[in-house]
Design a protein around this ligand. Structure first.
Ligand code: SAM
Length: 279
């Protein structure tokens, strides 16, 4: 049946291709691939003989017309990228748009993506995340700064020669203690998943504990929860007030200013005082 299949392929380990992906690749009339030589190697590994045409960033608009025409003429076409899921920081958007506009059925053959693989092992919350892909080479700082207050997990793709710059930007704008996870070479021999405060990871990069090589996904923990930041605010408020007032008056004012329970503020103020007395 004439259709466009969007086929996910491995991000490193060739065994990660699905049985369904292999049969779609073998049975389609044509494969549209980001890099024909790269895809030919994958097909050779599975002894699949197929016609392949190139569809990449530089010819996507023109090639998409041709592919859409062939599907409308009755063919089934499979789109693949070099690794992972097409359209995820990879070509295919124009083709899918044109195919859907032409009334063609577009069917996913789901499988690996560095995005979901990294999220699944990072240990950071996955209920809310923002995928930023690659930061642009110009305007990187402004782009990432816009997400400083984002409460969910940020996920970025990064090239090895820019990883130091990215971590430096994270330290500068998110603070040195913001938790970061770097997932390198997932599903490959030298797979590495390493987490820690942004500044510590920058040091590990300088020491070579994190090699600036291979493929990387960088995840940044979201801004602290409201309750955590409220505690920081209460502490700051009590610090200022306790320097001028007796503890009970300081606690009373802090509870009115921040709308927290008076006994909670009082208890925290006493904790402060005990720490101060010990110094
Ligand atoms: N379409 C792919 C996907 O679904 O993940 C992404 C393609 S994008 C051009 C390539 C980037 O994905 C790499 O620079 C890296 O940031 C990330 N990536 C791909 N494979 C990876 C792997 N095995 N380990 C870590 N990151 C990977």
């Amino acid at each position: 049946m004439s259709k466009l299949y969007i086929v996910a392929t491995p991000i490193g380990n060739l065994n990660d291709i699905s049985a369904r992906a292999l049969s779609v690749l073998a049975e389609s009339d044509l494969i549209a691939a980001e890099d024909t030589r790269h895809t030919r190697r994958l097909l050779d590994h599975y002894e699949i003989k197929q016609n392949i045409v190139a569809l990449h960033d530089h010819n996507e608009r023109r090639q998409s017309h041709l592919v859409v025409d062939r599907i409308l003429a009755g063919e089934a076409v499979a789109l693949v990228s070099d690794a992972g899921t097409p359209l995820i920081s990879d070509p295919g958007y124009v083709l899918v748009q044109q195919a859907r506009a032409a009334g063609i059925v577009v069917e996913p053959i789901p499988g690996p993506s560095a995005l979901t693989a990294a999220l699944s092992v990072s240990g950071l919350p996955t209920d809310q995340f923002q995928f930023l892909g690659f930061l642009p080479s110009k305007g990187r700082e402004a782009r990432i700064r816009a997400f400083v207050d984002y409460a969910g997990t940020l996920v970025l793709y990064e090239a090895p020669h820019r990883i130091e710059n990215l971590l430096t930007l994270i330290v500068k704008h998110f603070g040195p203690s913001r938790d970061v996870v770097i997932c390198r070479e997932l599903t490959k021999v030298y797979e590495q998943v390493i987490d820690g405060p942004a500044e510590a990871l920058l040091s590990k990069l300088a020491e070579g504990i994190i090699p600036a090589r291979g493929e990387m996904v960088v995840l940044v923990a979201g801004r602290q929860s409201v309750s955590d930041s409220a505690i920081v605010t209460l502490d700051h408020c009590l610090n200022v007030l306790c320097a001028e007032l007796p503890v009970s008056a300081a606690a009373s004012l802090a509870s009115r200013i921040l709308g927290v329970k008076r006994n909670e503020a009082y208890k925290r103020a006493l904790d402060h005082q005990q720490v101060d007395d010990q110094l």
